[in-house]
Design a protein around this ligand. Sequence first.
Ligand SMILES: [Zn+2]
Length: 455
Amino acid sequence: MGLDFRFRDFAYPLAIFNKKRQFDKHQYLSLEALEQYQLSRLKEIIAHAYAAIPYYRKSFDSMGICPSDIQSLSDTAFLPFLSKDILKVSFSELCARDLKRFKPLELHTSGTTGGQVKFLVDKSSNILEFVYYWRFWGWHRYRLGDKFAEFSAQHFTPIEKNSDKFFEFNPVTNRMLINSLLLSVTNINKYVSIFKAHKPLFLKGLPSNLYVFALLCNEVKHHGISFKAIFSQGENLFPNQKKFIEQVFSSPVFDSYGHLERTVAISQCPYGNYHIHSDYSLVELIKPKNDFLSSIPLKKGQSIFEVVGTSLHNYCMPLVRYKTGDLVITDSAQKCCPCKRSFPLINSVIGRDSDIIITPDKRAVTALYVALDRLPGITCGQIIQESPSMLEIRISCSSDNISQLQNLIKKEVSSFTGDSMSIKVKRCSPEELYTADGRKFKSIISHVDPSVILS
Ligand SMILES: [Zn+2]
């Protein structure tokens, strides 16, 4: 999930400003008023889903449900869950009739954890995304137009073509895209000069990007880089990483969690508490089935839940009771937040956990799983760094032409790592990609200590 500040986002400014004004009020509504808003949105979306989307018409009819049965938020319990597998096989049936009038945009989820899923979002959903980020960043003193820097790897691939391109600045949106693929001891002074020259007020990135950047800046004493706030998202933010990044830049780090399908948005307020943005979507927290979850250490009063989300704003393909597969921890001791926002609280998010890949030329490449996302046919994938110059890519795939897929994978991965990395691709069953006890999946596993980039 991300706000791109693309030019077309400004094509309907009135709708954005109106929604922002409305959303600013929502956060301080009473819980009852907020639930009333959710219910009115839910009723409209369910009525639309039944009237315009063949999949929902068929499944509601088969269960004897009609939209007027939804009279409270808890009535969603009568509705069936929607899984990623259903989204994959019933894509066309989940599209609204008269689709074009919603100006749909096709997006794809990650191909590493259980297969790539495509889905559609519309104008209303794009406005929502813009307003959500504007409000969340606004909690941390962001004002529209403030200079903003964001780490990106995908934008700067293949690395060979961008080996001297450290950033790109768009003066219209005041946004800087920073090339994360060149982060190294050799290049860090270049990055420091860029940040000191442009002085972005905010920085956003994956926790692993931010951590590597902090590690390198820490090597350059008196780097003089600071921000009003740093925003992390997309992976687990570990407490030691957060503390270190905050120390190096003398700036607070605030984390957020969401996903491309846009059925959940959770972010930290100035008090560091995670709030569920309940006007963005309807989030249900359900008891997960997996037995292994009992092994996750919980404090007294804490519980673990799976996140199920329902779109409240996407009309071209509303996802109803979508099982995200993501987990959160709640804490019964958390009743309300000193920030006075009425959005519900959770303790923490259990998100994607991945390691940093170090290239032979000692660059730190984070989030390398995106290389696999670009390729069709991969059901599940995992990248393992055995040594500083060797990667093993383990994939489960549906492709008949494995040798062709192997070549494509090598090409994609080396567009991030460079040609000096040796890459071998191995076909596995999905089960083989999980840890020995079947408890946990990691998309990237490195046996190389990331601190070698400092040597
Ligand atoms: Zn708060």
